[in-house]
Design a binder for this molecule. Sequence first.
Ligand SMILES: Cc1cc2nc3c(=O)[nH]c(=O)nc-3n(C[C@H](O)[C@H](O)[C@H](O)COP(=O)(O)O)c2cc1C
Length: 277
Amino acid sequence: MSTLAEMLSRRFGDGGPAAEGTEDNELMRRVLQRRTVRRYSDKAPSEALLDLLVACALSASAKSDFQQVSILRLRDAKKRDAIGALFPAMPWIANAPAFFVFLGDARRLHQIGQLRGKAVANGTLEGFFNASIDAALAMQTMILCAESSGLGVCPISVIRNEADRVAEILQLPDLVFPVAGLCLGYPAAAGFVSLRLPRSVTTHTDRYDDSTLAAAIDDYDRRRNAIHAIPKAQQRSNDEFGEAAFYGWSEDKARQAVKAEGATFAPYLRKQGFSFD
Ligand SMILES: Cc1cc2nc3c(=O)[nH]c(=O)nc-3n(C[C@H](O)[C@H](O)[C@H](O)COP(=O)(O)O)c2cc1C
């Protein structure tokens, strides 16, 4: 079995802190080795396990104890196919043995206000943000618990690109919005640990400092390329940017981010009752 130091090296390869003197910890070992899984075996997770995972997800911490996540299990095959058909490049959405949608739910607090005769104003930016974070924490809690049960998962935020259609299919009311879907199933292949940015880039002590970013990103690109080079055929937007002789992570992410996603999400949220005041 790998040691924590070996796992840190595989995750970051940055020569950073190697956890000397710390005690072995199973959860941390799992987290350091975790990876997204998009292909699943035919074996379906049991209903009891899925119920347990939902309970674990709902045990995540929640801002002000407002408890603003709702979890929707999508069991209806027609509805799942309808959502999957919106994203043909991601067949795992329709094919995964189980699929959940994590919803930011700013509505329930309004309803509770009505029940108690109080005028609640939760369509604010703060209300939206709190509900989004609750949903994200619940999803990540389900992810870690699912992985510790031998399942593989893939979060699906692309559903927000078609939020109107998804909301129609799932009959989402005002102030309820999809944060992300989550595919679950037993992995069909081992997959791989994805190299993260060096900790010198993503961690700071006492003050923010990104003065060494350019060199660190070049180094990261080279190291990542040596492990998992992006094939020439997967270079994005070559019509616009041309074929790159060296196509690293940063070139890929910069090209990806030029085409901003989610243009329809803000109008969708405003229609759903968020004023963002
Ligand atoms: C909020 C969120 C949304 C994501 N959305 C998608 C998605 O729509 N489709 C997909 O295939 N993967 C999606 N992913 C998976 C990421 O692509 C994946 O986590 C990332 O490439 C890092 O890989 P790793 O998790 O194996 O380390 C999403 C991940 C997160 C955290």
